[in-house]
Design a protein around this ligand. Structure first.
Ligand code: CO
Length: 183
């Protein structure tokens, strides 16, 4: 599991819809540890499973107050007040997008052992958790742009190309039913 790498747009892995985590086993904790390592090495503050080619509903984040692991996250409440933040993404390098999101969200999730939590995220943590949950639904920051900007940005990003990686990734995405098949 130490061969994880961050998938870059337009890699098709970034568009897969994740399935719930059901087995909170040793494979999962190894996956989570590898994702956290990769996030820190990449100097990111969040990383979702789709970004490493795994179709599982799990993310890691550390907006500055320590590592958090969220499996099967669901937003149960969101503040009506929204604020904008210039968001970057390890999978869409070189650009930032001003994204308007609720300032505060309450999230129900499980940790890597399967224990349930209900936590309110505010400030940067609220932005990060929503950004990473977007990934778990196959949504990227470019999807938050106006259509014209998105057209030009995605064309530029596609020109930079990650075509060979895309092919490898599709095999990885579709191979096997469990995350352990991909270690
Ligand atoms: Co991202």
């Amino acid at each position: 599991m130490n061969s994880l790498e961050v998938k870059k747009y337009p890699d098709s892995c970034l568009r897969i819809k994740t399935r719930p985590v059901e087995d909170f086993d040793k494979d999962l904790s190894e996956t989570v540890a590898a994702m956290a390592d990769l996030m820190y090495v990449s100097q990111g503050i969040g990383l979702a499973a789709t970004q490493v080619g795994l179709g599982l509903s799990i993310l890691v984040m550390d907006p500055g107050d320590g590592l958090a692991v969220l499996a099967n996250p669901r937003i149960t409440e969101r503040s009506s007040k929204k604020t904008r933040l210039e968001e970057g993404c390890l999978s869409v390098p070189g650009i930032t997008v001003s994204v308007n999101r609720p300032e505060e969200v309450k999230v129900r999730y499980q940790d890597e052992r399967g224990e349930f939590f209900l936590k309110t995220f505010t400030g940067l943590a609220a932005k990060v958790v929503q950004h990473e949950m977007d990934h778990l639904a196959g949504t990227l920051i470019i999807d938050h742009m106006d259509p014209v900007s998105r057209f030009f940005v995605s064309r530029k990003l596609r020109k930079n190309g990650f075509k060979t990686e895309k092919r490898t990734c599709e095999v990885v995405c579709n191979a096997g039913k469990r995350h352990s098949d991909r270690t």
